[in-house]
Design a protein around this ligand. Structure first.
Ligand code: NCD
Ligand code: ZN
Length: 449
């Protein structure tokens, strides 16, 4: 910690119990021009324009980084837009989001990406970044390089291994991440055929069988095999949901491969029993919620800090859409941004997880993306989340800022709540109320390696 600060002046000083490199310490953080310029003990604190002291059961954490969200907008503004989506993020202590390309229109060129950038610029109150969908041509990657962290692969993109090798090569060359939704398209078809052969009427209770564990496992295995052929490829598996996939990915890391993976709150905390109850439609998500054995492996990988990131896969749809009569018409996904951090902190404050588990939602994704965020240390952005612990809250979808006001976590008890949030030193959430103006969010830039 820097000791010679007494004669300095900073824009903002925060005092209290701060999460610093794996532990909580009573200290101060000084922020100037949006960046953290010092972390010191109280007697060495500099003079500041603004001082906020957090006493009692409050904890000062880095702003969270969610590397997998769907903010919708463009042709799907009825589901979510960059303003409501980023409000949901702030409410959940998230200050940076990386948005997926499955928009209307699909984002696979620089031109279509610019349409979305415009929306984020105009409305977002958190910082943001993007992935491109499977590019219309490999040229599009170089053209979009300054605006993307990588390429998102959907199940349908996984069928042609020749195309994949070329894409991986180009991504390795440009140091772009390949973020993969691992479900094998051929096996997905097989599951459907099997269902029609035995003539069952499809409903949400069959969802986990229509996307069986082997569908994910095979996609993971296959992609790791393809990646073996391309030097320097960085592969990230998102929303990993089965024990077999976790084991395979962890083994491949032990072999020194550049591979990482994330898990969601729903795969860590909920299991497929939800498909038998009132929440069945709401809980439809891809990949599906899994049986308890798999859920437990995902949960353990999260709390034992084996996962490289924790992501929401915030996937809002209109409630009416989720209530469709026919299984095939129910869109998969639900919102998650407002409760992901409180759910994680509940594990911490009830003694089931170490506080360092929060790094999977801050420091670790920031490192994968290569951004100066997710840590309370000198040189990093002044993105800060203040949480109150020891509270007793109940999850209520109707209170969400997201346009999607429902959740499979309805009624869950939470032991932490987000109070204030600062984005690059600017207070944007106060006592749970959004005070940041539309458009205050910026591009989260990569530190060139
Ligand atoms: C995603 C969505 O709604 O955009 N839904 C989901 O269940 N994860 C799309 C997808 O990944 O299939
Ligand atoms: Zn998604």
């Amino acid at each position: 910690m820097d000791a010679n600060n007494r004669y300095r002046k900073v824009d903002l000083l925060l005092k209290g119990k701060i999460y610093l490199q794996g532990r909580v310490e009573e200290a101060c953080i000084g922020i100037e021009a949006g960046k953290i310029v010092m972390v010191c003990k109280e007697p060495n604190a500099p003079y500041a324009e603004k001082v906020f002291s957090y006493t009692g059961k409050k904890l000062i954490l880095p702003g969270m980084v969610d590397m997998h969200v769907h903010m919708r907008d463009l042709g799907q503004e009825h589901k979510e837009d960059w303003y409501t989506g980023s409000m949901a993020a702030l409410k959940g202590g998230v200050t940076t989001v990386v948005d997926m390309p499955n928009n209307i229109p699909f984002i696979n060129t620089r031109e279509s990406l610019l349409l979305k950038v415009e929306k984020a610029k105009e409305k977002s109150i958190v910082d943001y970044g993007f992935y491109l969908g499977f590019p219309a041509s490999l040229n599009e990657l170089s053209k979009s390089r300054d605006m993307i962290f990588g390429v998102k692969l959907y199940p349908n993109d996984l069928s042609n291994s020749e195309n994949l090798v070329n894409l991986l090569q180009k991504c390795a060359e440009l140091d772009l991440l390949l973020i993969v939704h691992p479900e094998d398209p051929t096996l997905l078809e097989e599951c459907k055929k099997w269902a029609s052969k035995i003539g069952v009427k499809l409903d949400p209770s069959l969802h986990p069988m229509l996307r069986a564990p082997v569908v994910e496992y095979f996609a993971v295995k296959n992609l790791l095999e393809i990646a073996r052929r391309v030097h320097g490829a960085r592969i990230h598996f998102t929303h990993v949901s089965t024990g077999e996939s976790v084991k395979t990915i962890l083994h491949s890391k032990l072999e020194g491969r550049k591979v990482s993976f994330d898990v969601t709150p729903h795969h860590a905390f909920l299991n497929s029993r939800l498909y038998a109850g009132r929440q069945a439609n709401i809980a439809k998500v891809n990949p599906p919620l899994r049986p308890e054995e798999d859920r437990r492996i995902i949960y353990n990988a999260l709390v034992n800090r084996q996962v490289d990131a924790y992501v929401t896969d915030h996937a809002p749809h209109r409630f009416e859409e989720k209530m469709a009569e026919k299984y095939e018409d129910i869109p998969p996904g639900f919102p998650g941004l407002e409760i992901a951090l409180p759910l994680l902190l509940t594990e911490v404050f009830e003694g089931r997880a170490d506080i360092r588990v929060i790094e999977s939602y801050s420091l670790k994704p920031a490192e994968i993306l290569g951004i100066a965020k997710g840590q309370l240390a000198v040189g990093f952005d002044g993105d800060i989340t203040i949480v109150e612990y020891g509270v007793e809250e109940t999850v209520k979808g109707e209170d969400f800022f997201s346009k999607a006001k429902y959740t499979p976590f309805e009624g869950y008890r939470l032991r932490a709540r987000v109070v204030d949030v600062y984005l690059r030193g600017l207070k944007v959430l106060e006592e749970g109320n959004v005070i940041g103006r539309r458009g205050v969010g910026c591009f989260a830039r990569r530190i060139e390696r």
